[in-house]
Design a protein around this ligand. Structure first.
Ligand SMILES: Nc1ncnc2c1ncn2[C@@H]1O[C@H](COP(=O)(O)OP(=O)(O)OP(=O)(O)O)[C@@H](O)[C@H]1O
Length: 262
């Protein structure tokens, strides 16, 4: 069933989060609309999973505002799912555990996710790529308005990752859900992504993938750039020194607390 929402599915404004004296999120804002694919990208320890946990309502921020659309249904695909060694369960039993859908719906959602032939496969026997499709099917069984995926294609080979991201885009097209995706690799998600947010505890840059891919902050964090246009949006009141430290800008816009486009 297609999502009926037209308003933002989730809005995060100026989120601050500190744990054990460590600032994990610093003034982070994001918004996901229906049918929009937003990709969070950033180096290890940048706070991507922390932000996802705020989106899922598992972590309460210390400051800022979280607003969810009414009756928002969220589907979640984790980085990976470790199957207990002696779990005598097939894929259909695993989907049954999620508590949604009858047998016909469970079969259909597997077909929709390119895993139609796995319904009777033992969970233990699945390859990494098959397991991720089953996890995606489990999330889609909830008919989510918002699909949240935390590095869902980690461990897949390049072709497997491309196919997986294409599948996510197809699910977005057919169901109208919004998607929040965590990824390490902008190259692979590029074709499927509407907006990229580059995170390093704070938002370093935000925009379309071809713009973020040539942004100096992206290149600093990832050491490379994407071929494409050199037009980017950079909502910053600071820059980073050669060691990556944050240095406040001293221009009139920064002094006035404004944002600037570079
Ligand atoms: N409860 C906590 N208390 C203190 N530090 C924490 C806590 N939870 C996470 N961290 C730290 O916050 C930082 C961000 O972690 P997070 O898992 O959000 O990063 P990430 O961007 O998802 O990284 P990765 O790409 O490696 O998965 C890490 O340095 C982590 O050790």
């Amino acid at each position: 069933m297609a999502s009926l929402h037209t308003e933002p599915l989730i809005t995060l404004e100026n989120i601050h989060l500190t744990r054990h004296g460590k600032r994990l999120l610093d003034d982070v804002s994001l918004l996901v609309m229906p049918r929009q694919i937003v990709t969070l990208i950033g180096p290890n320890g940048a706070g991507k999973t922390t932000l996802v946990r705020v989106v899922l309502g598992l972590l309460q921020p210390d400051g800022g505002r979280v607003q969810r659309a009414g009756d928002l249904r969220v589907g979640y695909v984790p980085q990976r799912f470790v199957v207990p060694a002696n779990l005598p369960m097939d894929v259909d039993g695993f989907l049954l555990l999620s508590g949604a859908g009858d047998a016909r719906q469970r079969q259909q959602v597997l077909v929709d996710n390119g895993a139609g032939d796995l319904v009777r496969s033992p969970l233990r026997a699945l390859s990494g790529g098959e397991m991720q499709r089953v996890l995606l099917a489990r999330a889609m069984l909830r008919q989510p308005d918002l699909l949240v995926l935390d590095e869902p294609a980690q461990g897949l080979d390049v072709q497997g990752q491309e196919a997986f991201y294409a599948l996510i885009a197809r699910l977005r097209d057919t169901t109208g859900c919004g998607v929040l995706l965590v990824s390490h690799d902008l190259h692979l998600v590029m074709a499927a992504t509407d907006e990229v947010i580059c995170l390093e505890r704070h938002v370093c840059c935000v925009g379309r993938p071809e713009d973020v891919g040539v942004h100096p902050e992206y290149r600093r964090l990832f050491g490379r750039d994407l071929a494409g246009l050199a037009v980017y949006r950079h909502h910053h009141d600071h820059h980073h020194d050669l060691h990556g430290n944050i240095v406040p800008d001293k221009g009139p816009e920064a002094a006035a607390g404004g944002q600037r486009d570079e």
